[in-house]
Write a protein that binds this ligand. Sequence first.
Ligand SMILES: [Zn+2]
Length: 319
Amino acid sequence: MCLTHDVDNITRPFSHVWKIRKRFGTFDLVRAAFGASLYDNTMLIASAEEGRGFRSSFYFMSSEYQLERVRHVSDLVRKDGWDIGLHGDFGTHDSSEKMDAAIEKFTAGLGFRPTGLREHYLRFDFAKSWSVMEAAGFDYDSTVGNADKLGFRVGLAAPFHPPGDDWNPLNILELPLTLMDTTLWGYLKRTEEEGMKDSLAMMQAVEDVEGLFTLLWHQESVRMVGGRIYWKIIDSVKKKGCFVGSGAEVAKWWRGRSVPLVKKGNLITLGGRPPDGLVLHVETGDGRTPHVTSGSVEKTGAQRYAVVVGGPDFAMEVN
Ligand SMILES: [Zn+2]
């Protein structure tokens, strides 16, 4: 399960809040009247996730608010393992120029270059977007999903390397989007109960095929009617006991798993470039121990070892 949040807004004028007051509780409305923002919930979400042992991704954009205003919160959650990526402004999905400008603004505002991406309004051009993202050096994108209906946009519930112009796989990973909160309320006009039922049904469909479920829940929505079921959703995810991570974590795990181990007699080498920090958990029989070149070995139990892969020349012999 990959948890993600697009950050479209962090504040709205009280006149706007008042106009949609039916979507908020009384307590929050009073707070808003005294100047609190009901749209700035990154810390609220992060602490609820932390309580359940989860980390997620937040995607920030430069066109709707000053990135400097979210720098402090970005620094805080990043330090504790949350993933902060780019929410692409309009036009970035099919223009390298606009993408580069957005990355530049993001880097200046938040102090680091983004490695993960989701496009605003899920804007995507199958002929152009992946090439633009690849040229910009992104590690992963998570834009390919349905906005106006439930289901799997390209029929996949697993990360994949999309094809480039020559049909060879690109380096960038696509983490296809499974469900967006606004699909439930904005497009399908579900009630809260129906929305919860739909979310659980989609989760079950992915669990049945042991796939990846990527959830997009807008950070501005979690205090609203509808959006507040996020807390229930993460509770049911917790009960499932599945792997839960940010986009960056899922991409790292996938890349780690896609490096084949090549076995020749007692010798094991890698069939590709390992990701940084790759650790192999090794169980041996008959009192044998692993010996490695370019890496290190730590005993973690009876005949169990954590083997840290040091680089592409890694080799391991078990004898
Ligand atoms: Zn957006």
